[in-house]
Design a protein around this ligand. Structure first.
Ligand code: GAL
Length: 446
């Protein structure tokens, strides 16, 4: 074949290829477009349990971890995924958990105080009743009636208690008191308590009382209210303290005004456990705090009655301020089977006797193995059963509508600035009257 012929044949082949490519392109371009669907292999449903809570202090996290370890031991194929929101008493927690639950994206279960804290979720029909859990675990036989009543709405159970904490307690560093010959058993009136503070100041302890951030300040006034008598406290939580000239109200705020003259000026923004740490170290003498503080003394390996002690705020000696953490079964959860397993575990004897000795609280069950609890907790169990009165904490979500709890803390913050007793009384009682329709729980504490 001559060169000329080869050239013509090659040219022809190129032309055929180009024409073929053009036809192919045209056909593809005209073909109906099908969506390109990335085919993702079916995701293995992760066998998990999502939990939300605010337990981040050394004592709190040790207690939480013990529960998670117990669950994981029982259900080795399940990944427990706790989300711990920093901020004592759940004040920061609420702004995280409420949007999740109300938007239909709840965790499988979350920390919630008994009483009023569950009302917004219950009213919005976002919780499942769990009478089945209470029945299958025979919980009514071992959970005290006062706790049963605080975990019910509309006659049905909506949560299980994981602990019973007590809030009316003043913790003290025993060495600091012994050194200054202060007998804690004599501190039964506010005047006696303040005289002890004066003695400690004179001995060089500039701030004998430690205070953490704002909710701990509100917690102090709450216990002073209880010290005015259970009738006054019952009126307060039933929204009946609406007279700004109420003598018990004014007396309590006057005591509070004196109390805060002894506290550390860096209290705003100081976490509750940083405040109790100063008592643990002996840098200060007193801290009014719930018995989750006992969890911090335990982690610090201090011995109750030897290194530290506790007494009730004046006027509340025969009372038990209830702070009860619970877990519930929200609607629209991802892992209902695991949620039910969690609820059964936290309310079980082994769950309670694993968690509470570390948490500083007492078991929510009457069949606790008392030998697992430290001497403070053994005394607290005895106190629980001999207490003349029990009252729900407002600061810890149980005793009053959420709106009041938040406003109460705001008013306390304002009082630190203006120290105006009558203004606090006026603002608090005015607000109580404004939200009177929200007081839907009728407390009977006597
Ligand atoms: C309470 C809660 C306790 C403990 C404490 C300090 O409201 O019930 O479990 O966490 O706050 O954060």
């Amino acid at each position: 074949m001559t060169n000329k012929k080869i050239l013509w044949v090659s040219l022809a082949i190129v032309v055929v290829i180009l024409v073929g490519a053009a036809i192919a392109y045209y056909l593809m371009a005209m073909a109906p477009k099908k969506p390109v669907v990335a085919v993702i292999p079916p995701k293995e449903e992760i066998n998990a349990l999502t939990i939300y809570e605010w337990w981040t202090s050394p004592g709190e996290s040790a207690a939480l971890n013990s529960l998670v370890a117990l669950f994981t031991k029982q259900y080795t194929d399940t990944a427990v995924l706790p989300t711990s929101v920093v901020g004592g008493a759940g004040y920061s927690f609420l702004s995280v958990i409420k949007p999740l639950v109300t938007s239909g994206n709840p965790p499988d279960s979350f920390q919630m105080h008994a009483g009023y804290e569950g009302v917004p979720y219950y009213d919005a029909n976002l919780l499942n009743p769990i009478d089945d859990i209470w029945q299958s675990q025979n919980l009514e036989a071992v959970i005290p009636k006062v706790v049963q009543d605080m975990t019910k709405f509309g006659g049905h159970y909506y949560s299980v208690p994981v602990d019973i904490h007590r809030a009316n307690l003043i913790w003290y560093n025993k060495a600091a008191l012994d050194k200054n010959k202060i007998d804690p058993l004599t501190l039964t009136t506010w005047d006696a308590f303040f005289a002890a503070c004066d003695k400690l100041k004179a001995a060089g302890m500039q701030y004998p009382i430690q205070l953490g951030d704002t909710w701990t300040a509100a917690q102090v006034l709450e216990q002073i209210f209880a010290g005015e008598g259970i009738d006054f406290y019952q009126n307060w939580v039933n929204g009946k303290v609406t007279d700004p000239t109420d003598p018990k109200l004014l007396d309590a705020i006057q005591v509070y005004k004196k109390y805060i003259t002894y506290v550390n000026p860096d209290n705003l923004g100081l976490s509750w456990n940083d405040a109790i740490d100063r008592v643990i170290k002996g840098d200060s003498a007193f801290n009014l705090m719930g018995d989750w503080a006992n969890g911090e003394f335990t982690v610090a390996k201090l011995n109750y009655g030897v290194d530290y002690g506790v007494f009730a705020p004046p006027g509340t000696q025969d009372m038990y301020a209830l702070v009860i953490d619970t877990f519930e079964r929200p609607k629209n959860i991802q892992h209902p089977t695991n949620a039910d397993r969690w609820l059964k575990l936290v309310s079980s004897k082994i769950g309670q006797d694993t968690f509470n000795p570390l948490k500083g609280s007492i078991s929510a069950r009457t069949d606790a193995d008392v030998s697992k609890y430290n001497p403070y907790q053994q005394a607290a169990i005895a106190d629980f059963w001999k207490a003349k009165y029990m009252y729900p904490s407002v600061v810890h979500g149980s005793g009053a509508p959420e709106d009041f709890k938040v406003q109460f803390e705001n008013l306390i913050a304002g009082f630190f600035a203006n120290q105006d007793v009558n203004k606090l009384a006026q603002d608090m009682t005015t607000y109580t009257a404004e939200i009177s329709d929200k007081y839907t729980i009728k407390w009977s504490l006597q």
